[in-house]
Ligand binder design. Structure first.
Ligand SMILES: Cc1cc2nc3c(=O)[nH]c(=O)nc-3n(C[C@H](O)[C@H](O)[C@H](O)COP(=O)(O)OP(=O)(O)OC[C@H]3O[C@@H](n4cnc5c(N)ncnc54)[C@H](O)[C@@H]3O)c2cc1C
Length: 507
């Protein structure tokens, strides 16, 4: 219940169209069904509604999944245009879903019409392209309904990959439209830095391929500006050659100090941009659980930097190996560790704080959050809460790589302080009755970590939209200048405010 209140509070001043009751949505579903080609289909809830159920399903099943009047699976861009025309002319709330990994209710779910992009599911690699300068190793074009592990699996036999997601099941579309932090970011920047073209159906139904030269402003806006400019049907990214990657996962109980020490070793000794890691500090079932995911863009374990993690005794899990990218995601999937085993579908919410520099003081602040929340949530059916420490190399977004494509809506600038690392919070629990306590605890942790970060760096860094709480002010995501530019572009491409009928952070 409180999850819905959070979203409502975020937007109550502007009475968003996407939160309104879908008065005539059934009739609109029927009209859509009549107008679509055979490549597309409409599904309804009910005894045989398995496709419908899959279409509305979300990662955080019982908090960000919403019952829709119908789901629509478009199979062609022309059908996407027809759907946009119909929802726009009838002012019917709708949602566009890629991988369904948004934590926020209403961002890719809706009580109106759920558009599921699942039929846009092809991957193609081309060695030569019009983007030869930025993409000397070729380009990859893939459908907007795909999840990263499937994209990697298609590319693995070619020894090619792209700058994409780190966790099984995360969708490419939402990830890319928000920015995208990857295992490859220390080498190649954020995922948006590697996009060459968006195939998009604009809100007026126009189908276009948006590139840096075809429409520089819209191209810039799509790189981080979220779902405000139309429905993307395909992305083209520069191809990254690779052979195999090395990866490892370790997990322990009550080894917080050892993890802190191991991280200090990594921080002090890792200078190779091919290395990337993250580690988690968690409270699960009254226990303090730690894990670390280690990555190297090469087939061998890099010398030294990860030894301290791998040598912590009494591991619950300690595995490492050489993988394809899809194999790596399967091997280091920490999702199972966090789901708490309550027997209920977890309700959940993420939060995020950008950290300029991970000092021991900031790590101590995060460690302290485990005991604070263990106390606060002892009686609130907490399935688990975690803090993922995700360091990136200093200055990794400073555009030293001449191949990076161009400027983007997120982050607001690439120079200090925005070349930041992440502290990603994830809280999961059972039962709507416990929403308020868990959300308040999450907010408290975000505020305390943010306060420590602001005190240390002397500034407030932006917030990353893809993991931000729904009531985050939009200016905090983009900065005032970028927000003004995004708003002007949205006005140009969407004068009828069709995309305002879909939830999310609106510009
Ligand atoms: C387990 C987990 C791991 C994660 N790991 C990372 C990580 O390593 N790095 C990182 O940067 N982020 C990460 N995230 C955050 C992730 O980037 C966002 O949740 C992202 O929105 C997921 O994309 P999706 O397609 O699955 O989301 P969805 O929920 O399907 O969509 C998210 C938003 O994108 C819009 N959208 C989707 N498809 C389209 C389309 N075709 N056209 C226009 N708009 C569209 C939706 O309307 C919605 O507003 C993670 C999240 C989770 C839950």
């Amino acid at each position: 219940m409180h999850l819905i209140l959070v979203v409502t509070a975020a937007v109550s001043l502007i009475s968003p169209a996407w939160a309104a009751a879908p008065i005539n949505a059934t009739a609109v579903c029927q009209e859509i069904a009549q107008k679509l080609s055979n490549a597309s289909a409409v599904f309804y809830p009910g005894a045989y509604g398995l496709v419908y159920a899959a279409d509305i399903f979300h990662h955080s099943a019982s908090s960000s999944t919403q019952e829709s009047v119908c789901s629509v699976e478009p199979g062609t861009a022309q059908d996407v245009a027809r759907i946009l025309q119909l929802v726009g002319s009838t002012r019917t709330p709708f949602a566009v879903k890629g991988g369904g990994h948004s934590w926020n209710p209403g961002f890719s779910s809706t009580p109106g019409i759920q558009i599921a992009m699942t039929r846009f599911n092809t991957v193609a690699y081309s060695k030569t392209s019009q983007y030869q300068r930025q993409a000397p190793n070729g380009v990859v074009t893939f459908g907007a309904g795909m999840v990263w592990n499937d994209i990697y699996a298609a590319l693995d036999p070619l020894n090619i990959t792209v700058v994409g997601g780190r966790v099984v099941g995360v969708g490419a579309a939402g990830f890319l439209l928000g920015g995208g932090y990857s295992f490859f970011s220390n080498q190649y920047g954020m995922a948006v830095d590697n996009i060459l073209a968006f195939d998009i159906v604009q809100p007026n139904g126009t189908e276009s391929v948006v590139t840096a030269s075809s429409d520089p402003n819209l191209f810039w806006a799509l790189k981080g500006g979220l779902n405000n400019f139309g429905i993307v049907t395909a992305f083209t990214m520069r191809a990254i050659p690779y052979t195999r990657v090395w990866g490892a996962l370790v997990a322990h109980v009550n080894a917080t100090e050892a993890y802190k020490d191991a991280f200090e070793v990594f921080n002090a000794t890792s200078t190779d941009p091919k290395a990337a890691m993250l580690f988690g500090l968690n409270g699960i079932g009254g226990q303090s659980i730690q894990y670390a995911v280690m990555f190297y863009d090469g087939p061998e374990q890099p010398a030294g930097i990860y030894d301290a993690f791998l040598n912590i005794p009494s591991a619950l899990v300690n595995s490492n190996g050489t993988f394809t990218m899809s194999g790596l995601l399967a091997a280091v999937n920490v999702g199972g560790l966090l789901s708490g085993g309550t027997g209920d579908q977890p309700r959940g919410q993420s939060g995020i704080v950008l950290i300029e520099t991970y000092t021991p003081e900031i790590i101590d602040t995060v460690i302290n959050e485990i005991s604070i929340n263990s106390g606060l949530l002892a009686n609130s059916s907490s399935a688990g809460f975690g803090f993922s420490i995700e360091p990136f190399s200093p200055g990794y977004l400073t555009r030293t790589d001449p191949l990076r494509t161009s400027d983007s809506a997120f982050p607001p600038t690439w120079t200090r302080p925005y070349s930041a690392s992440l502290c990603n919070l994830g809280f999961e629990w059972a039962g709507a009755a416990n929403d308020a306590a868990n959300l308040a605890a999450l907010q408290g942790s975000v505020d305390r970590i943010q306060a420590a970060e602001t005190k240390q760096s002397g500034m407030t860094l932006p917030t990353y939209s893809n993991l931000a709480l729904a009531d985050t002010p939009v200016e905090q995501l983009f900065g005032a200048l970028n927000l003004a530019r995004l708003t002007a572009i949205a006005k140009r491409v969407d004068p009828g405010k069709v995309m305002q009928l879909a939830g999310g952070f609106k510009v």
